[in-house]
Design a protein around this ligand. Structure first.
Ligand SMILES: [Mg+2]
Length: 101
């Protein structure tokens, strides 16, 4: 099984809640969709960036999504006692059962 492992920090100087991080996650997902729509020409505008620049912008937005997802995981752990490591194991098991691995 090929894996991609990323490590993202717990952001300090913020007091996130489940609701604020969930909203932020949707906001960042929207920015990712907007970047793809704009820079892949889906909105009909001419794209005058090289593909490498386009992919850099899309990657930047994707990492914002990942950072916000990780921030929400910290909230679930710290405010609600969720065991993310255990949930991650169950997630992998679910993928295996569905035949995705
Ligand atoms: Mg963003």
């Amino acid at each position: 099984m090929q894996k991609k492992t990323i490590t993202l920090p717990r952001l300090s100087n913020l007091s996130p809640t489940m609701e604020s991080t969930a909203l932020k996650l949707m906001e960042e997902a929207g920015e990712l969709a907007q970047a793809i729509g704009k820079y892949r020409g889906l909105n009909g505008e001419t794209v005058d960036l090289a593909e490498e620049q386009v992919m850099a912008k899309i990657t930047e937005e994707l990492l914002d999504v990942a950072q916000t997802a990780v921030s929400m995981m910290f909230v679930l752990e710290e405010l609600y006692g969720v065991d993310i490591d255990k949930a991650l194991g169950e997630h992998i098991d679910k993928l295996a059962k569905k035949g995705y691995l």
